[in-house]
Design a protein around this ligand. Structure first.
Ligand code: PMV
Length: 348
């Protein structure tokens, strides 16, 4: 019998500032109540084993020393590289001392591997579809790092968990702001600057957010690259767009803190205009967004990389149902989410 721990972390939705955040401008992100769970077990066999049925990974297994090397299937990448990064950063826990640390913690030396080799068995399970763009990869990365940190007794603080998770994202994608990892670690609603330069929780108890899923899967990195090419060709235009997005994010932060949802909605509409300028609006999103506005929303915009995934709207309470109906009529699927939820936590 080995030690076992289960950890969960929330998904996310970008509220304002996507794309501009990749170029150093701030964004606002909320954690959502659809959570990713990871169960991590230390095993006697020196293997890395993964079950991640949500991303079609079953019975994936390799020697622990090969973790992060060789061919890695897409669905296993984030978890595998997260394990590698944790072990690389904490070599004192990656040999026999891992077993020792766990023995000390459990107080049961017979429960742990007696040789200096050990393995890790991980199962991930998601409450939401990986297609929604809720950040399942980052959430599973954060879960695995937190679980390893707890099970080995390293007990990393949130910023260290975030740093390792962001490194994992960059190792795999090469690009990205890390806002999704921040939402998974800290939860809540965050004002955020790339790389965790600023991670500022905004104290707001509720946000009347309506979420519509397009059904279209997008490749975030490909869209970041497309926008980046526009920036190279038209630097003054695109820099100006990012500057305007920064200004509206600053105003939206104030509107959010004042619970001024009408202004927040109007600023979301401005943001959508700039995202359209960047070329990431897409017809389906536009239909859902304009449908929501025509049905009485204060504002609506895409959330994330654009073209597909989800749109969000803010509406007065008496217009909520009409806005949801309009999203459905435009071919979207309304997803009920709670915002501003708890970050990564140990479940047992
Ligand atoms: O596609 P998503 O939901 O992961 O959002 C991407 C948001 C970008 O700003 C385009 C990229 C990033 O890492 O911030």
């Amino acid at each position: 019998m080995a030690q076992l721990i289960t950890v969960s972390a929330p998904g996310k939705l970008m509220l304002l500032g996507e794309h501009a955040v990749v170029y150093g401008r701030p964004c606002i992100v909320t954690a959502v109540d659809q959570r990713m769970k990871a169960t991590v077990e230390i095993t006697k066999e020196p293997n890395f084993e993964l079950q991640a049925p949500d991303v079609k990974i079953t019975d994936y297994k390799k020697a622990i020393e090969d973790v992060g090397f060789g061919e890695v299937p897409k669905g296993a990448k984030f978890v595998e590289v997260a394990v590698k990064n944790f072990l690389d950063c904490h070599p004192e826990r990656s040999e026999g001392s891992l077993a020792n640390a766990s023995q000390n913690k459990s107080g049961d030396s017979s429960a742990m591997p007696q040789n200096d080799k050990f393995g890790v068995r991980i199962t991930t399970q998601s409450e939401f579809s990986s297609e929604f763009g809720f950040g399942s990869s980052s959430a599973s990365t954060v879960c695995v790092i937190k679980a390893l940190s707890e099970i080995t007794g390293v007990n990393l603080d949130n910023k260290s968990i975030f740093d390792l998770a962001y490194k994992t994202v960059l190792d795999i994608q090469g690009k990205g702001s890390g806002f999704d990892a921040a939402a998974a670690v800290y939860g809540g609603i965050l004002y955020y600057v790339i790389g965790g330069k600023v991670i500022e929780p905004l104290n707001i108890d509720s946000l009347p957010l309506i979420v519509g899923y397009t059904g279209i899967k997008v490749d975030t990195v490909a869209l970041i690259n497309e926008v980046s090419k526009k920036g190279e060709k038209y630097p003054q235009v695109i820099e100006n767009v990012y500057g305007q997005i920064e200004k509206l994010v600053e105003q939206a932060k104030v509107a959010l803190l004042n619970k001024d949802f009408q202004s927040l909605g109007e600023l979301m509409n401005f943001n959508e205009g700039y995202l359209s300028t960047l070329g990431v609006e897409g017809k389906k999103l536009a239909d859902m967004i304009y449908g929501a506005r025509n049905a009485g929303a204060y504002g609506a915009k895409l959330s994330g990389a654009g073209i597909g995934d989800c749109m969000i709207a803010i509406a007065p309470e008496d217009k909520t149902q009409a806005v949801k109906d309009a999203i459905t009529a435009a071919g979207g699927k309304v997803i009920d989410v709670e915002t501003n939820v708890e970050g990564v936590r140990v479940e047992g």
